[in-house]
Ligand binder design. Sequence first.
Ligand code: TRP
Ligand code: SF4
Length: 327
Amino acid sequence: MEKKRILSGMRPTGPLHLGNLHGALANWVNMQDEYDCFFFIADWHALTSDYEAPGAISGYVKEMMIDWLSVGLSPEKSTLFVQSHMKEHAELYLILSMITPVPWLERNPTYKEQIIQLANKDLSTFGFLGYPVLQAADIIIYKAHGVPVGVDQVPHIEITREIARRFNHLYGNLFPEPKAILTETPKILGIDRRKMSKSYNNAIYMSDNPDKISETVARMVTDPQRARKSDPGNPDVCNVYEFHKLYSEDKTVKDVNARCRAAKIGCVECKQIMAGNLAKFLEPIREKRAYYESRPDLVNDIINTGDEKAGKVVQQTMEEVRTAIKM
Ligand code: TRP
Ligand code: SF4
């Protein structure tokens, strides 16, 4: 049986952290055998909010591909490519913009929220309003059936379905209506217990070395009720303990839990143990990262190969689209 096609993208706005790894990338890696996977770096989408300083984006694109390869996304199994190299996305975006009612975009909850959250940027642009239309083009141009994303992206997939339906209604049935694929992911918070994010300065990065990890972990918020080592702690409300569950062996997790409740371990020691295990977990990723970092030509080749594979699909789809709209 032919594998179902899925597609997802990520905006290159900086190095990837543990939140990105557990929230998205680990899932993508696991889907590679079961699905025909297309994963791309959404650099045009990064431009919608970072248009004043586009210089950093191209560097982040390379870094992101290296991060992807380091965690096990494989150019043999999946099609890995860069959005702005596929000019056809822009052509389809233009055509979809003709049939997308503006109110669909204005009532998009993600749009309203981002305008408030990113108040330091002027996002009252046409491109930012049209963000979901470009995303719809990204998705349907591959006739993808599923889109693995986080819950925050569900409104965008909903708009994509509506746009696909409208296109099919107006010009003939060409596009499947894609579904969001939501997978349970471990909840991972930043060191201050807010959502892990580059802009909050609370992230641990996949590329961090053991010293950096220790430093950052040392700043983690623990059980806020626990002032001294002689006070019993509550692991259930402690973020460090959540990290233990992800990176330490079961035995250690149990041991930490019991000793914390009995005031037999201090937070400093507890953090050192966790930081060590986290560093061990990231070690193979860092090794692969070093491998690709020292081989920029190989990374470029991988991008070119992905671009070529994706290019064949988008050219074919655009032929069909042009026929459908009689242009
Ligand atoms: N908007 C997505 C995000 O911020 C990135 C993205 C762009 C995307 N195009 C896409 C995700 C197409 C899935 C499919 O995370
Ligand atoms: Fe958290 Fe560990 Fe401190 Fe307990 S000992 S409060 S689990 S950091």
